[in-house]
Design a protein around this ligand. Structure first.
Ligand code: R5P
Length: 301
């Protein structure tokens, strides 16, 4: 029975203080429902407005690529440094302890392999399972200009609609075919189509010229993929330039887990993205963390 002892009348109604009508911190997200905003605010840091996501979903079409042979061994220790983890449900359930408190961006399309046409994907997860896993967002590959462009946009539409019913945001990932040029014109086309079709944030590649136009014309936050493994300083420079030019952070995979010192690298990327550290200083930070880790290993052995 509710306790009715000593019910006190309200006294201080702050009559001179107008009700808060603050807008939400993320671009394009202000009219979303509370649950969507709350999930996005777990992925993006509300103080910096940016995110360092760790992408480890490559196995869904590549199998055990370098650095991802054992997600339980090599990736789990990195999760603490990421703002969010992008992963498949299979890898999550089998390799990642449920005690992690980081938001999960669940890979939600698949159905092809490197042996076949990559754009031929289908929706690979039911929204019921997304909710059961407690994912904070779903990730969908979209192949603009690819052989199965139409089908991949259809997957995005289905996933956005399912997510909207349950308050789960959708990340559209622009998959770029081998014969396509990754320039601002193409990336601008691909990211804009994803946002117009309802994606709540978009992942794409960085390009040296005109990237600021890509982010400006995309009405939702844009994250960059790391792409193939680069020298560490070059990867940090790319993250710095992309965020300077309007990216809301990175969703990096190979440039972290294929590094000699992945934990040092993800911390250096964080320094660039969240603290606006210059790439050269972040690289020094990377080297010092790497040396400390190497010394710790040598004293143990
Ligand atoms: C797209 O193909 C997948 O989401 C990849 O696993 C991810 O985008 C690749 O990230 P990165 O290019 O940084 O390795």
């Amino acid at each position: 029975m509710p306790d009715v002892d000593d019910v006190q009348d309200g006294k201080n109604f702050h009559l001179g203080v107008p009700a808060q009508t603050n807008s939400f911190f993320l671009k394009g997200s202000n009219s979303l429902d509370w649950g969507m905003k709350n999930r996005l605010a777990r992925i993006f840091n509300p103080v910096t407005g940016r995110s360092v996501m760790l992408a480890v979903d490559h196995g869904y079409f590549q199998g055990p690529t370098t650095g991802l042979e054992r997600i339980d061994v090599s990736i789990v220790p990195l999760i603490a440094y990421a703002d969010a983890l992008m992963i498949t449900r299979g890898a999550l359930r089998t390799c990642v302890p449920a005690e992690i408190s980081k938001p999960v961006v669940l890979r939600s399309t698949g159905g092809q392999s490197i042996l076949k046409e990559l754009s031929n994907e289908l929706v690979a997860v039911d929204i019921e399972d997304v909710v059961r896993i407690n994912a904070s967002a779903m990730a969908v590959q979209v192949y603009i200009g690819g052989e199965y462009e139409h089908k991949s946009i259809g997957n995005l539409v289905k996933i956005v609609d399912a997510g909207n019913r349950h308050g789960v945001p959708t990340l559209a990932v622009t998959g770029v075919g081998k014969d396509m040029v990754r320039d601002a014109k193409y990336l601008g086309l691909a990211t804009r189509i994803c946002a117009e079709m309802g994606a709540h944030f978009v992942k794409t590649y960085y390009c040296d010229k005109g990237f600021e136009r890509v982010t400006a014309a995309c009405p939702v936050p844009v994250l960059i993929a790391g792409g193939k493994k680069l020298a560490e300083l070059d990867a940090l420079k790319m993250a710095y330039q992309a965020t300077e030019q309007g990216a809301a952070g990175v969703d990096m995979g190979r440039n972290v887990f294929q590094c000699e010192a992945p934990s040092a690298m993800i911390q250096a990327v964080r320094a660039v993205v969240h603290e606006r550290e210059r790439p050269e200083k972040a690289y020094d930070f990377y080297l010092s963390l790497k040396n400390v880790a190497a010394k710790t290993i040598s004293t143990r052995s």
